[in-house]
Design a protein around this ligand. Structure first.
Ligand code: MTE
Ligand code: MO
Length: 419
């Protein structure tokens, strides 16, 4: 049967209808049985081809408390620290999300390995097509301004605004950053490796240590990527904001998958399986789908695009002087493309006024805005910002509850005190 696999929505329907999915989720959902055995097997196979990586640490860059909230292996950017930083998020302000820890990889011995039934001659994992760091740097380079945003960004507001308990890192809105990435198109490397027209899925995998979920070894971080998206706009990035990638952000090479959930942008890329069959990993079966009473037992389709969000560059609980003019600033962004309108309310959403957007607005980046506010009366206020993107998608009052707390796109209530 032939399907048009260049359309992402069609692709997901085809993927969902294939029989393999039921098998994969049966094991994954229960965290035992068939699924777990399969993951353990991949874990072993992986170890034999792994490039050596020294243990770095949970996160190796400095995490000054005025810039980051530190959760151990994860750290989020404080929005107030982005004020006056310019359009791009500086590397020393960019959030970090590590399943395990940052490996230190030697670019001289590192190789990107491609293998699988979707390449000419079906090279096995033991005989992959290889590219060195120098090979990639010698190929035609492209730059891409793109955000990377964790799927769980905003998760803590499920509890604080909706009274709903969800699991995962309790991010506020700081698990997002925008950088200028430079590298080679994944499409170019796939062509060179001998991509066939039968390829349907890729499985990019990181070189960071294997991930344990409550003692269960799920192997190295890897998430299937449909071939249509891979060929459309995915970058194999080796530079971030004009410098080689820093260790925490994937040195020597990471994927940047614009507008999609952050987990798609695999860091410390080691190998890519290219398959003529749909592929599965826990990162598209048991994680990164919507689970809960409003979704099917096996979860929603695997999550792809991010949603619309807005944030003030202001501390939570900021104190502002009454009868003074304050220029509130913030940023809005969307996985659907450009943000078209941003509105602010200081009266709980009874009235809204347009914020003034300024500066660049990259298709996969964000837009900055400002809003002059002169509060007359001292007291507690909640500031609201809501954005509308180019598809007309607007931030709602509540987000769809899901047990893993993904895609909190509702309007965030930002408390301030006027004194
Ligand atoms: N190999 C690997 N890639 C990874 C991850 C990881 O833990 N290991 N985390 C993913 C997740 S969940 C996110 S949100 C982004 C975060 O990218 P950053 O740490 O550069 O901000 O990387 C993704 N790529
Ligand atoms: Mo993430």
């Amino acid at each position: 049967m032939k399907h048009d696999l260049t359309d992402e929505a069609t692709y997901e329907r085809v993927r969902m209808s294939r029989r393999g999915l039921l098998r994969a989720t049966a094991g994954a959902g229960l965290g035992a049985g068939l699924g777990a055995a399969a993951f353990a097997a991949t874990g072993r196979a992986a170890a034999s081809t792994q490039t050596t990586a020294a243990e770095g640490g949970p996160i190796v860059k400095p995490l000054p408390p005025e810039t980051f909230i530190n959760y151990g292996t994860n750290a989020e950017t404080r929005w107030e620290a982005l004020k006056d930083t310019g359009y791009l998020t500086p590397v020393d302000h960019f959030f970090v999300r590590n399943h395990v820890s940052t490996p230190l990889i030697d670019a001289r011995t590192w190789r990107l390995k491609l293998w699988g039934s979707g390449l000419r001659g079906s090279p096995g994992e033991d005989r992959p097509i290889e590219f060195s760091y120098e090979d990639l740097r010698a190929m035609r380079a492209e730059t891409l301004v793109s955000s990377i945003e964790c799927t769980g960004n905003g998760r803590s507001f499920y509890a604080s605004q909706q009274g709903q308990e969800v699991s995962g890192t309790p991010w506020k809105l700081g698990a997002v950053g925008v950088a200028r990435w430079r590298g080679v198109r994944l499409a170019t490397v796939l062509e060179r490796a001998g991509l066939t027209r039968h390829a349907v899925d890729l499985l990019p995998r990181g070189l960071d240590p294997e991930y344990l979920d409550k003692g269960e070894n799920l192997g190295r971080v890897r998430r299937p990527l449909p071939i249509a998206k891979a060929l459309k706009d995915v970058l194999l990035a080796y530079e971030m904001n004009g410098r080689p990638l820093p260790p925490d952000h994937g040195f020597p090479v990471r994927l940047v998958v614009p507008s999609w959930v952050g987990i798609a942008s695999i860091k410390w890329l080691g190998d890519v399986q290219v398959s003529d069959q749909p592929l599965y990993s826990p990162w598209n079966t048991r994680y990164y789908r919507m689970f809960g009473p409003d979704f099917p037992a096996e979860g929603s389709a695997p999550l792809t695009r991010m949603n619309v969000k807005s944030a003030f560059e202001l501390p939570f609980g900021a104190e502002l002087a009454a009868r003074r003019r304050h220029v509130l600033t913030g940023r809005s962004w969307s996985g659907n493309g450009h943000v078209r309108r941003v509105e602010v309310s200081s009266d709980g959403g009874a009235s809204w006024d347009r914020a003034r957007t300024y500066g660049p607005s990259a298709e996969h980046g964000w837009v900055r805005w400002q809003f002059p506010w002169r509060p007359e009366t001292p007291g507690s206020y909640e500031l609201l910002a809501r954005a509308t993107d180019e598809t007309g998608a607007v931030q709602p009052a509540t987000a769809a509850y899901n047990t893993l707390g993904y895609l909190f796109g509702a309007i965030v209530k930002h408390p301030v005190t006027v004194i």
